[in-house]
Write a protein that binds this ligand. Structure first.
Ligand SMILES: Nc1ncnc2c1ncn2[C@@H]1O[C@H](COP(=O)(O)OP(=O)(O)OP(=O)(O)O)[C@@H](O)[C@H]1O
Length: 317
């Protein structure tokens, strides 16, 4: 359904001296209908940048994106308007996506008007009530301004707004991280139920491995702009192969949340070998020179680590 091939994003940053920062570094990813892939990784590993590129909200420096076989990176801007409604974002902070001067009703109908998915005001009203029902809000909420809603209610409005366009792919970028635990669970359940109903493909960005395990069919672990391991949740938790994944799982068990390094290293700058070299407890000299590929260990498990290939039976050689 959605397929990314060797996606790369390089930002030019630096105030006095310009420096290239590789935020996403050669990502291949394929997501099927009704599938959820969780992108997990520490702050700065490129999750949001990758998510935005997949939704065409950010231009890729290199690589291709296909939706149902159509290469989106080649489609003309005018034709993209139609495709954009299939690709939607649920952001971490919905409050910044809403106009504070608009009531909830207007915020929900705005994208439907832009994309002309309703034919009359009566249709529009009917659709808004349907959506409201689905996301568990009441008629009374429609007449309020964003600041008059709780974080959980606001995220429900965001979900209604996104679903109004009947999208194919949703990138949910840490959609529950600012909510308290009980509301988090409600929103996650709501998303999972709506996914079945709407046949959605979801890329779920999170720091929280336990959330990833709960919501996803597959988990992709990101480090320094690359996917370094990918597997179904049970397989990944029972048999983590990359030293970084092992570290994440151990840290999550200790703190129930993902430990973040103090990132004063150069993991996002352009180096030759394995991006995890500086921190890796099992590194070999050859890891410094050779960037490992993301290779299949078996049909359900991929890893990007030279030492693991050798240990797991030498697929590389
Ligand atoms: N517009 C930009 N200009 C320059 N650098 C950027 C820009 N957007 C992101 N970056 C950099 O790209 C890298 C990846 O950022 P990104 O936001 O994708 O990471 P992330 O994994 O989503 O982090 P977080 O979990 O904190 O949201 C970071 O080093 C970030 O500073």
């Amino acid at each position: 359904m959605l397929k990314a091939v060797q996606l790369k994003k390089v930002f030019e940053s630096g105030f006095w001296q310009k420096k290239s920062l590789v935020a996403v570094d050669g990502v291949d990813l394929e997501i099927g209908r009704n599938e959820t892939i969780a992108l997990v990784g520490e702050s700065g590993s490129g999750k949001t940048t990758l998510g935005k590129m997949l939704l065409l909200l950010l231009e890729s420096t290199e690589g291709q994106i296909f939706l149902d076989g159509v290469e989106l990176t080649k489609v003309k801007k005018r034709e993209l308007q139609n495709i954009r409604k299939d690709l939607q974002l649920i952001p971490q902070h919905p409050e910044v996506s809403f106009d504070p001067r608009w009531k909830v009703y207007d915020s929900i109908v705005e994208p439907m008007r832009i994309h002309r998915v309703v034919k009359s005001r009566a249709d529009e009203k009917k659709k808004v009530f349907e959506l409201l029902n689905m996301v568990g809000l009441k008629e009374d909420h429609l007449d309020r301004y964003p600041h008059e809603l709780s974080g959980g209610e606001l995220q429900r409005v965001m979900i209604a707004r996104v679903l109004s366009l009947n999208p194919k792919i949703i990138v949910a970028d840490e959609p529950t991280s600012m909510l308290d635990v009980s509301v988090q669970a409600q929103i996650l359940n709501l998303l999972m139920n709506l996914q079945k109903k709407f046949d959605l493909s979801i890329i779920f960005i999170t720091h929280d491995l336990e959330v990833a395990r709960k919501v996803s069919n597959r988990i992709a672990i990101m480090y320094a702009g690359q996917i370094i391991e990918m597997a179904e949740p049970n397989e990944l938790f029972n048999n983590p192969l990359h030293p970084y994944t092992q570290f994440l799982i151990e840290s999550a068990e200790l703190t129930s949340n993902l430990y973040t390094f103090d990132i004063e290293d150069d993991s996002n700058s352009i180096i030759e070998g394995c991006r995890y070299y500086a921190r890796c407890p099992i590194r070999k000299n050859s890891c410094k020179e050779q960037l490992p590929e993301l290779l299949n260990i078996n049909s359900r498990h991929k890893v990007r680590c030279l030492c693991t290939y050798l240990k797991e039976g030498g697929i590389l050689i």
